[in-house]
Ligand binder design. Structure first.
Ligand code: GLY
Ligand code: MN
Ligand code: MN
Length: 462
């Protein structure tokens, strides 16, 4: 459980790095049409420092003191929202020094003159922070002053024991969910029913989804949002999803399994290669090792598979050197994870890339989201994949660049294969690493045993 004492300690840790007053704004409650709100999620840094999950909040941090500003409760609120907590009760519950009505924020800033703040996803809140500090702030592009961004990144990136307990809870809820979905898979079920079961089981466990669930037999579409297909024998179902527990901590897991419960020979070979790539990448997750090594360890295994299948005609090393493997594994091997699924990415590459390292523009590595030396407490995903993406394989520039290295005619024989991704959540420990999602079936034997072993999704939901 995350307690007020934890938030206070985080504020003290931040104050030891940034002595000047800091204005923080949270996300706001916004409508998509009259009285119909967009689902609200608090900004993760705001949540991490204050524990306050209420919309339209702000906070002034000055040394070890925290003043929270909240919209003043109105008598009407009780009618629509139920009993509204008085500001004094909020102060006690969150362990902050003061809670004032939001209408007092301008005057408080005029007196404290904060010169530090952070942009949040909510444009109105970011505009407010920019006006009250005079900073140039824009979500993801101008996250805030470099010193504050750096300090928050350093602190949030090293997960404390109480955070690890929350991450373990998210992983456990996600495991139960995947097991249920695997057992409920059968031909005739739909991508939509699988997603509904996934999200329903998370919800029954008191969790939210940490991002929109991917449930697809077209796994080669990396963030496929469509759920229009019926599952057929011979297809692979890819599900990428995870729990967000009440405290906001997330899991992010992908598994791919055969709809029929049996891998066909080509699927099995590709699956084994992705699994081996994942294991090679996970083995690199050690303190002091560069995360980028995990990416290339996975890439080398995929390249060996491509060479074995005759999809690349050069040596695996030459394929990786040239980036030819990326035609079949076009994304990075993973990212940071924590309160956000792509944790700290809103603070920009200054957090995810060590000083002196810049994101490459090259095809394949431009989506490598992380290039830090790993440290105990870092929490990352490892998620290699193998995809047959026809638009990539038919892209004139890529065909020209990789002519003589990739057998595009042979690749055409794989069209319609779909995609395979295997994703786990890995905590870096002083000794090495711990895979918090290791209990979710992923070997061929485990998957063939569990898939289809229970009542199908539509029966459970119907
Ligand atoms: N679910 C998005 C990702 O794996 O990065
Ligand atoms: Mn991920
Ligand atoms: Mn994922």
């Amino acid at each position: 459980m995350i307690l007020p004492a934890h938030h206070r300690q985080r504020r003290l840790d931040l104050a030891s790095r940034i002595q000047d007053p800091i204005l923080l704004v949270g996300n706001g409650l916004r409508e998509r049409n009259a009285a119909n709100e967009i689902p609200f999620r608090q900004d993760s840094t705001f949540l991490w420092l204050t524990g306050c999950a209420q919309p339209d909040a702000a906070a002034l941090l000055a040394g070890d003191r925290c003043t929270l500003f909240l919209p003043a409760p109105s008598p009407d609120d009780a009618l629509w929202e139920g009993r509204v907590e008085p500001l004094d009760a909020v102060r006690e519950r969150l362990g902050v020094d003061r809670v004032l009505p939001l209408s007092e924020l301008d005057a408080a800033c005029a007196s404290a003159r904060p010169k530090h703040s952070l942009a949040v996803a909510d444009v109105q809140a970011t505009t407010l922070a920019a006006r009250l500090t005079g900073l140039d702030l824009a979500w993801r592009r101008q996250p805030g002053p470099a010193a504050l961004v750096h300090a928050v990144g350093q602190l949030r990136n090293r997960k404390a024991p109480e955070e690890i307990a929350e991450l373990e809870a998210a992983a456990a809820a996600t495991e139960a969910t995947f097991r249920a979905c695997m057992s409920a898979t059968a031909p005739g079920q739909t991508e939509a029913s699988m997603a509904a079961l996934f999200e329903g089981i998370l919800s029954m466990q008191g969790c939210d989804t940490s991002f929109p669930t991917i449930s697809t037999v077209r796994g080669e579409v990396l963030h496929n949002r469509h759920r229009v297909n019926t599952l057929e024998v011979g297809q692979l179902l890819l599900m990428d999803g995870g729990a967000e527990v009440a405290s906001g901590y997330a899991a992010d897991v992908t598994r791919t399994w055969p709809v029929s419960g049996r891998f066909e020979p080509r699927q099995r070979a590709a699956y084994q290669a992705v699994l081996e790539a994942e294991q090679a990448a996970i083995a690199c997750c050690q303190p002091g090792r560069r995360y980028r090594e995990a990416h290339f360890a996975a890439a080398r295994v995929i390249a060996r598979f491509l060479a074995d299948e005759g999809l690349v005609t050069c040596s695996p090393d030459a394929a990786v050197e040239a980036g030819a493997h990326a035609l079949f594994f076009p994304h990075g091997v993973g990212h940071l994870l924590g309160l956000d699924v792509h944790d700290l990415e809103d603070l920009g590459d200054a957090i995810a890339y060590a000083p002196g390292r810049e994101r490459s523009a090259a095809f394949g590595t431009r989506f490598l989201r992380l290039d830090l030396d790993l440290e105990p407490g870092f929490y990352v995903t490892i998620e290699p994949g193998f995809y047959i993406v026809q638009p990539i394989l038919e892209h004139p520039d890529l065909r020209e660049r990789f002519a003589g290295m990739v057998d595009f005619d042979r690749a055409a024989g794989w069209y319609g294969f779909g995609g395979i991704r295997i994703e786990d959540d890995v905590l870096i420990t002083p000794e090495g690493h711990r895979v918090l999602t290791a209990g979710i079936p992923k070997t061929v034997v485990e998957l063939e045993a569990i898939v289809g072993s229970g009542r199908p999704a539509s029966e459970r939901l119907g």
